[in-house]
Design a protein around this ligand. Structure first.
Ligand code: AMP
Ligand code: MG
Length: 483
């Protein structure tokens, strides 16, 4: 195919040893149709689809026509799923390769829903329209919230049905990531007990994501430290906006620090630290407040993989790795506390800050106050909710105002700080559902409007329709894995 689009593939991962992947092509689909193309992301990737008609775009983003110089593979990985170790791999995804925007920026281009691979186990290798659009909407929203994430370039309908509980429309998502190396990738290679291949993975990962430690004394240790830092930052960002990933299995945790695999994820509305949306998360393993300890648990699994290269003396290696993992709590808590100070527009550090923050959280939890809107209210955004007339809240606001005056602050500076970190709009569950059910019926206007509002979450334009929590019903919002 002629390359006026500007694809520029270089496929380093496909040149790794065979253990790492299977060479496989996407399975062609019957009658593809483009549903959404992310023009803004295309531009960032230096890709130009303007001269390609809709039919050809559908051929491209379904994998029916492959760009030049791709070398398609399914990646091998393992994972602890809800605590249980399993050998996995891309069971319904194919990596086209790495598109180079320039010498230093390399992006994986992957199709999700592209057919069976040798890692498919019992699955059909396919994906349904709803979940793929859901990933598109939420990953792009997370990006606009300034949170590290994989991105979504396009969704096509395949023209084929997929069999789930009902017959659903099939779809393929084009995912863009700084890489798809996961904690589970390390678990897979470490599980093969071939130290040479483990070293290859460590070196590859460092070269791709952390070139600054290429010549350090103990690369594995430095890698562990950096991944821990990145994950702490990511989870703090999720907590900041009330995001619940929903399925933090080790195969769904990247080494780059990007959010990956938007399955049953959703945003919390009223503040409740125990919030769980996923229908399969029966015991709340991946609830809102469990995300930090689970990240630590996953990082401990990552550390285990690195033991043989941290030190040849296993006991010594375990001690060093344990010490690093034990730092998680303190690093996380400091970052979290500073993030909460930013949300409240507080400068400097005061001894009582943690108590002040905690008493707001307790109030929100006891009164079922909306998490996003509470911070909007504090920024002076008009929020139509009587809950903020509550006496104990007013008392808290007075304490907050006293604290706000400390450390060289003024109202304008405070507001500026708060506006950077407190979104006015998040992908509210009922709004996402509304967009998806319209899309199911071939009406994409609702989704496009939602996508455009979510592009500027820190803006204060008239978006009141997108700010209200879902109307109260007896039914609790539930999300599904969508496999
Ligand atoms: P996920 O829940 O999307 O993180 O997927 C977990 C594992 O199941 C991964 O190895 C996926 O590739 C695989 N998987 C999910 N859905 C399917 C499917 N429909 N067909 C084959 N494999 C799948
Ligand atoms: Mg996954």
């Amino acid at each position: 195919m002629k390359n006026h689009i500007n694809w520029n593939f270089d496929n380093t991962y496909s040149r790794l040893p065979n253990t790492f992947k299977e060479d496989i092509k996407p399975t062609p689909v019957h009658d593809p149709e483009l549903v959404v193309l992310n023009e803004e992301l295309a531009k960032e990737l230096n890709l130009d689809f303007s001269k390609v008609d809709k039919k050809k775009l559908a051929e491209i983003f379904s994998g029916n026509t492959l760009p030049e110089n791709t070398n398609t593979i399914a990646q091998a990985y393992a994972g602890h799923q809800f605590g249980h170790f399993t050998m996995l791999g891309d069971g319904r995804a194919v990596l086209l390769g790495e598109h180079l925007v320039n010498k230093n920026s390399r992006f994986d281009i992957q199709f999700k829903g592209s057919g069976r691979t040798s890692f498919s186990r019992g699955g059909d290798g396919r994906a349904a329209l709803g979940p793929m659009l859901r990933e598109y909407i939420i990953s792009e929203a997370i990006h606009s919230l300034n949170i590290q994430t994989t991105r979504s370039l396009a969704v096509v309908k395949t023209g084929e049905k997929v069999v789930r509980e009902n017959l659903l429309q099939g779809a393929i998502l084009t995912r863009v990531a700084s890489s798809h190396i996961r904690v589970g990738t390390f678990q897979y290679i470490a599980g093969k007990q071939n130290i040479e291949e483990l070293k290859i993975l460590v070196n590859y990962t460092i070269e791709r994501h952390f070139p600054e430690i290429t010549s350090s004394q103990n690369k594995a240790l430095d890698l562990l430290n950096l991944v821990l830092q990145n994950q702490c930052e990511l989870i703090v960002d999720w907590m900041r906006v009330g995001f619940i990933h929903g399925v933090m299995n080790t195969d769904n945790m990247t080494i780059s620090g990007e959010t990956i695999d938007y399955g049953p994820c959703a945003f919390m509305d009223h503040y409740d630290p125990k919030t769980v949306f996923s229908s399969i998360d029966k015991f709340g393993r991946y609830s809102y407040s469990n995300q930090p300890p689970i990240a630590k648990w996953n990082l401990a699994r990552f550390a285990e993989c690195l033991i043989p290269i941290i030190d040849t003396n296993e006991d010594k290696a375990i001690n060093i790795a344990t010490e690093i993992i034990d730092n998680f709590q303190e690093i996380y808590e400091n970052k979290w506390l500073n993030m909460m100070r930013d949300k409240l527009g507080l400068f400097g550090e005061e001894k009582n800050d943690k108590n002040l923050i905690k008493s707001l959280m307790d109030w929100m939890s006891n009164n079922k106050a909306d998490y996003t809107n509470t911070f909007c209210y504090l920024m002076g955004v008009a929020i139509d909710d009587k809950i903020y007339e509550d006496v104990s809240f007013k008392k808290w606001v007075n304490e907050w105002k006293v604290r706000s005056r400390l450390n060289n602050s003024n109202n304008e500076k405070q507001l500026q700080l708060m506006r950077k970190v407190n979104p006015n709009v998040i992908p509210r569950n009922h709004k996402v559902e509304e967009a998806l059910s319209a899309a199911e019926n071939n009406n994409f206007g609702v989704m496009n409007k939602l996508l455009s509002v979510l592009k500027n979450p820190y803006d204060t334009k008239d978006i009141s329709e997108y700010q209200s929590p879902a109307p109260l019903t007896n039914e609790k919002y539930k999300t599904f894995c969508g496999t």
